[in-house]
Each structure stands twice: as structure tokens, then as C-alpha cells.
Design a protein around this ligand. Structure first.
Ligand SMILES: [Zn+2]
Length: 325
């Protein structure tokens, strides 16, 4: 039976600004709280540890304000990160999936592990449930992100402990997860982007009921990524046919590309590529493909037209500036 490991982290950062911040460890974890739920989403166990800081030994004022944690507390009760992490992984067991409120915790957890020279044992791609996103998919438009406090209120969960410490937030997130109509959204995994495919073989595509998501390996530049066939191919995820593009890829903004393809059997498919920066500064592409109907089909053409007008306008301004100078 698969367990759900619902966890939350608290972290500190440089208290004296960016200059004193370590690039490889901008956030140092000082607390980990976790709840283990069984397959019926019932609590079976919990894990709580304080970690003794070794990089940022002064509390950032905003963080002490939110968490009410003090450096004295962490120094007195904390244990070294690698020891706590080892215990945590053991407590997690073998058959589990991580669940977090938001999408940041798993990345920060792995960054801290890498900083301490620990081997990262998680599968690749690392799938998890972003409970905040699931909550939005079920009770909102799938895009807005509610606060944990709001979700707790939504389900009338009785609040006994203050928010914003790892154990309480993990407990609340677990309670929210237990209350949701989970069966409706159990296919909506999130994927963590900390460790990316390094070869073409490691690239992967996730298929959801209404869209698919492909994650590329890393490239030096976005132009190089856009020159790669795997990145730009459109394949119907219902019949796995290679699709003809009705509107070829065009850049919609600095980070996005759009296209429109057509499957003779299943209709129009909108493609969207988002370029993202990886840990080492290289570029990777996330391509989503989604069936579109009616107005949404025309919308792609409209966006292309908009882009063209914007570009002409920019060129016109540039030329007139040149004339003036
Ligand atoms: Zn098809």
C-alpha cells in the first residue's frame, strides 16, 4: 500500500542581504515536520525534527517574525542536517509519494541534501502531489493558489496550533488532503524540476486527462532547445500520431512559444513551450499539449497576430529613436 508523506519545511536565509548569501544554498532548512497517511488518507505516524543551522547563524527578521523560531532554540534542540535527513528517509520507508503545500519544498530539500554532500535517492522524474494545486483544481479555477489558512477554513478544520511552523503546517496540509475529493484529481501529479533529464533517453512525458507535459533535457540556449526535434514535435497523445502544424511555433514572450497542430482524428492541439532555467544555469523546455475547441482555436492565431503587431511597433520605435540620435 502506498503511503502519502505530507511534509513541510521551515528555512532561514542570509540575515544581512544577498552578498552574504551562498549561491548553492540560499535557504537553509531548520525544521522538518511530516505526517504519514495510509492509502485511505488516515494518519499513521508523524515526524518532527529541528535542525541545527551551520550556514546562516543569525535569524532573518522576516523569518523569525513568521515562524517565531529563535537561533537559541535551533542551536539548543537542533541536530545536524545529514543526521535528521537520514532518519527522515528511513521513517518515509520505501513505498510513498511526497505531498507538499506549494511546489518549493522538494527542491529546497534536495538543494540542502546536495549542499551536505548527500546522495539523492529519489526516483527520476520525481513526482509528487502539490496539495495547493489540487485544492485549486477541485475548488477554484486550477490557477489561483489559496493560502493554507484559507483551505483549512474552507473545510472547517479545527485550528488548535498556530500556523507557520513545520509540524503544524504539515498536519494542516494532511488534514486538507484527507478532506478533499481526492479520487477526482489523483492523476494530477506534479513533477519536481531540481534534477532534470541529462540525456534524450531520460526525457519524459506525463499524460493527464486533458493535457500532456513533456520535460526536455538541458540545453545551452533556448535557440538550441527550439532547434531540437523532440522539443518541437507535436504528437497527439490520444493516437500518438505525429501532427501537422497549422500555425508553426512562434515566440509569444521571452519565455513562451505557442503553436497549433491538428490531428485528423482528434482535432486541434495547442502546443506551449515554457523555457526555464535549471540549477546550473542551462535551459530546459516544458512542452504542454492540450486539445482546444471553438474560440480557443482562433485564440492562437490572434496571439500570433498580436505578437507580429508588437514586433512591428518595437521596430518602428527603434527606427525613430535611431533617427533622432
Ligand atoms: Zn489523435
Amino acid at each position: 500500500m502506498k503511503y502519502y508523506i505530507v511534509f513541510d519545511l521551515e528555512w532561514n536565509q542570509s540575515a544581512v542581504g544577498k552578498e552574504a548569501s551562498l549561491e548553492s544554498l540560499p535557504f537553509e532548512i531548520f525544521e522538518i515536520g511530516a505526517v504519514k497517511l495510509n492509502g485511505n488518507r488516515e494518519k499513521v505516524s508523524e515526524f518532527h525534527e529541528i535542525i541545527r543551522p551551520c550556514v546562516y547563524c543569525q535569524m532573518h527578521f522576516a523569518i523569525s517574525e513568521v515562524t517565531h523560531a529563535s537561533m537559541e532554540e535551533l542551536q539548543r534542540y537542533g541536530r545536524p542536517f545529514p543526521d535528521v535527513m537520514k532518519d527522515f528517509l528511513e521513517w518515509c520507508g520505501k513505498d510513498y509519494i511526497f505531498c507538499t503545500w506549494g511546489s518549493m519544498d522538494l527542491t529546497e530539500l534536495q538543494r540542502n541534501m546536495a549542499y551536505h554532500g548527500m546522495k539523492i535517492p529519489f526516483q527520476r522524474p520525481l513526482l509528487f502531489y502539490d496539495v495547493q494545486k489540487l485544492f485549486s483544481l477541485l475548488y477554484s479555477d486550477g490557477k489561483v493558489r489559496a493560502s493554507l489558512d484559507d483551505a483549512v477554513c474552507f473545510f472547517d478544520i479545527i485550528v488548535q496550533a498556530p500556523f507557520h511552523r513545520a509540524m503544524e503546517d504539515a498536519e494542516y496540509t494532511a488534514r486538507v488532503l484527507a478532506e478533499m475529493e481526492f479520487e477526482q484529481i489523483r492523476q494530477y501529479f506534479s513533477v519536481d524540476y531540481y534534477r532534470l533529464p541529462s540525456t534524450q533517453e531520460e526525457e519524459f512525458t506525463l499524460e493527464f486527462p486533458d493535457y500532456s507535459k513533456y520535460v526536455s533535457r538541458t540545453f545551452a540556449t533556448k535557440e538550441e532547445a527550439m532547434a531540437d526535434k523532440q522539443v518541437t514535435d507535436m504528437i497527439c497523445y490520444k493516437c500518438h500520431r505525429m501532427l501537422r502544424k497549422k500555425i508553426r511555433w512562434f515566440s509569444y514572450s521571452q519565455k513562451f512559444y505557442l503553436c497549433l497542430a491538428i490531428c485528423p482524428e482528434h482535432g486541434y492541439v495547442k502546443g506551449k513551450i515554457r523555457m526555464k532555467r535549471s540549477e546550473d544555469g542551462s535551459i530546459f523546455a516544458i512542452k504542454t499539449q492540450k486539445f482546444v475547441y471553438g474560440e480557443d482555436v482562433d485564440l492562437v492565431a490572434k496571439k500570433k497576430e498580436e505578437t507580429k503587431i508588437r514586433r512591428l511597433e518595437r521596430n518602428r520605435i527603434r527606427k525613430s529613436q535611431k533617427r533622432r540620435s
